[in-house]
Design a protein around this ligand. Structure first.
Ligand SMILES: [Zn+2]
Ligand SMILES: [Zn+2]
Length: 266
């Protein structure tokens, strides 16, 4: 069965030390057919410099060529979406030959949900914080043009400071539906991100209820990613995510060429 990991970080991301070649070798040893490198660009995260693509792309091209008989490798990016940075975001996503773009909300109203968690969550009830998150996410979908899938769409539940951070779809159904419908209408998709298994929620971002709702609303474009920052986490729980996709009724997983989806039968 075809399997791809479409969310991988390397030492070109400030929060990873994984050498690109070691990630490729790990992916091959785990039997993957295809991978996408999606290193970070986040304009609001002061700690995250933009990778130097002029040195990144030659390294990438050389390794892609070296391993082309063993695995398909595509050039991706995980860009932090924020409507206040839309112009810069819309600029970089067309400045390099990316095949695939994950748009993620790591910062909301200029606050990083991890590094500035006290500032963002402090003084807000859980309901306020989660509502603001999805309202901003909706705005990002309108202003940031070029992403292909929204990354870990319920990321807000990773770093909350509440007794129970879990996100129950029903409690935010109207807002989440509004986001999913807009994603679908704009020809974009979502990902199943398996990093939750390493962040203590013992599950994926998003959870099954949001995944099923996305399908119910007509969503077809979907990718799977481990969000690995370490060589050993490549393909982590990927099989689980493929099973979830099937259970939710999806018939195809998406891969990307030149930022256009192709559909591979599950
Ligand atoms: Zn992310
Ligand atoms: Zn990531």
């Amino acid at each position: 069965m075809f399997s791809a990991d479409y969310h991988l970080h390397t030492s070109f991301s400030i929060d990873s030390e994984a050498p690109m070649e070691a990630v490729i070798l790990s992916a091959i040893s785990k039997g993957l057919d295809e991978i996408a490198f999606t290193d970070h660009v986040d304009y609001d995260m002061k700690y995250y410099p933009v990778p130097d693509y002029d040195s990144y792309i030659p390294v990438f091209n050389e390794l892609r060529e070296k391993y082309k008989d063993k695995i398909n490798i595509v050039l991706g990016i995980e860009i932090g979406l924020e409507n206040k940075w839309a112009d810069k975001i819309n600029d970089i996503t067309v400045s390099y030959p990316f095949d695939f773009i994950i748009g993620s909300s790591h910062c909301v109203l200029t606050k990083d949900l991890y590094f500035d968690r006290d500032e963002f969550f402090g003084g807000r009830t859980k309901e306020d914080a989660y509502t603001v998150y999805f309202e901003e996410l909706y705005k990002n979908i309108q202003t940031c043009r070029d992403f292909n899938v929204y990354g870990h769409i319920d990321y807000i539940s990773r770093y909350g400071i509440y007794e129970d951070n879990s996100l129950i779809y029903k409690e935010y159904a109207e807002l989440i539906d509004k986001c999913l419908i807009s994603i679908i209408e704009k020809g974009k998709g979502i990902e199943i991100n398996t990093s939750g298994f390493r962040y203590g929620i013992n599950g994926t971002y998003p959870s099954m209820d949001i995944l099923k709702r996305y399908k119910e609303l007509g969503g077809e474009i979907i990718t799977v990613g481990s969000d690995s920052h370490k060589v050993e986490d490549v393909a982590d729980h990927i099989d689980h995510a493929y099973d979830m996709m099937k259970e939710a009724g999806f018939k195809y997983v998406s891969i990307f060429r030149n930022r256009k989806p192709q559909f591979i039968k599950l």
